[in-house]
Ligand binder design. Structure first.
Ligand code: SF4
Ligand code: F3S
Length: 413
């Protein structure tokens, strides 16, 4: 145990995490949140002074991939920072307790900290056949979710299943997302299969720093992570615009890194920041690794984006009467009409924002500057404002129109 008067940096230092690594982490969080690099200091001060808020993480009908995503950071110091910043009162994968004792702890925390803790829900919540398909300690997942999410200050629904039922929604259990099972709960949806833990941590850091959640889109997803088309941030975009495509797996175009649109890439119809934040501590992302995006962070993607290896229909200019060499020009025109200069700016910005936790200087990023005037939360009393500019406002309009061509017409070749 650490002495209670130790600060977070002191606790981290004792665990072998240097001050420099901590500040790098704060810089990466600022970049992920699309804040100027100068916010690194404010984030560091907030994390240093804030009392650790309680976090209750519940898993239901899931594969544990979202827990793995946040716990399997390749750099232990990052995981240490996350674990040390929050008081993890319940997480069945990492807690020592089990059985009735563990369940009692969860119930007790909900009762004692009503409206003051952060809940994280992983997995779908099976509501079919009187919620009989998932029970823990004799209680249904529906019952537990209503207790935990219904009394939380905020609930983070991590992964596709907790958001809208994910792949489980297709099965016989009646799997649903948190917002459907617990109407009225304040939910931030962090879709993805799994969620990118860098974004989830950034949401928590934003809450701890500014006392409120970041701005949300119409699906209650944070705009900083889900506001931009993957297509507009993709390093293969120049090949798309030039009409150079992979025609089959392993061909010359694949080896040269050409665009994967013809192999079924859903990047023109999907939003997420994985081209910039990336995965495995910023190592790579699916398209860079040579696989098409299957839009895993889009609503109902298991159904709406299948089949994963067939091309999106109705992308402007990409039809039977269009040659590969003209598609780029047509798409540029269509995209420009829809999005103006925003997309290009974001694509350039994406390169600047790309960051790693350890390599090179602490990155900065351009972007909207949210209000930093929210109260510095006492962890026990954090009651975030919902109206500060740049922070959460459920139901805010998506700044992006439908992607070029959408997903609703007949296929083209
Ligand atoms: Fe990148 Fe896919 Fe768009 Fe091609 S279609 S530019 S691979 S996101
Ligand atoms: Fe998912 Fe597509 Fe990114 S499949 S991880 S949103 S590249």
């Amino acid at each position: 145990m650490f002495p209670s008067d130790q600060t977070l940096p002191e606790r981290l230092e004792q665990r072998g995490v240097s001050r420099r690594a901590f500040l790098n982490f704060c810089g990466v969080m600022a970049a992920t949140l699309a804040l100027p690099a100068s916010y690194r200091t404010q984030i560091a001060e907030a994390l240093t002074s804030v009392r650790r808020p309680v976090l209750i993480w519940r898993q239901f009908q899931d594969c544990a991939g979202n827990s793995e995503s946040i716990l399997r950071s390749p750099h232990p110091d990052v995981a240490e920072i996350v674990l040390e910043t929050l008081a993890w009162n319940y997480h069945e994968l990492i807690m020592a307790g089990s059985g009735e004792q563990a369940e009692a702890m969860s119930t007790q925390a909900v009762r004692d900290l009503k409206g003051k803790y952060i809940a994280v829900i992983e997995g779908a919540i099976p509501s079919g056949d009187q919620a009989a398909y998932c029970t823990i300690g004799g209680r249904s997942a529906v019952d537990i979710a209503r207790e935990v999410a219904g009394n939380a200050a905020w609930t983070l629904a991590v992964g596709a299943c907790a958001w809208d039922g994910g792949i489980v929604q297709q099965g016989p259990t009646g799997g649903e997302g948190v917002q459907d099972v617990v109407p009225g709960a304040k939910v931030v949806n962090l879709g993805g299969c799994p969620h990118n833990s860098a974004n989830t941590v950034a949401v928590m850091v934003h809450y701890l720093t500014f006392g409120e959640m970041p701005a949300l889109d119409q699906y209650n997803r944070p705009l900083f992570a889900y506001g931009d088309l993957i297509h507009d941030q993709c390093e293969r975009r120049a090949y798309y615009d030039a009409g150079l495509f992979v025609e089959e797996w392993g061909d010359e175009g694949h080896r040269r890194g050409y665009c994967l649109y013809k192999m079924g890439c859903k990047g023109p119809s999907a939003t997420y920041n994985c081209p910039n934040v990336r995965w495995n501590d910023g190592t790579s992302w699916p398209v860079e690794a040579g696989h098409n995006c299957i839009a895993c962070a889009s609503p109902g993607f298991w159904a709406s984006m299948s089949p994963f290896y067939e091309r999106l229909p109705n992308v402007p200019g990409f039809g039977a009467d269009t040659t590969a060499s003209t598609v780029g020009i047509a798409v540029i025109a269509g995209t420009a009409a829809l999005m103006g200069a925003h997309a290009v700016g974001k694509a350039v910005q994406g390169g600047a924002a790309r960051a790693r936790f350890h390599d090179g200087p602490t990155p900065g990023a351009e972007g909207e500057v949210p209000s930093a005037s929210g109260p510095m939360p006492s962890a026990e009393e954090a009651t975030p404002s919902t109206s500060a500019p740049g922070s959460q406002s459920a139901g805010a309009p998506n700044p992006h129109p439908d992607p070029p061509g959408g997903n609703g017409g007949q296929d083209q070749d």
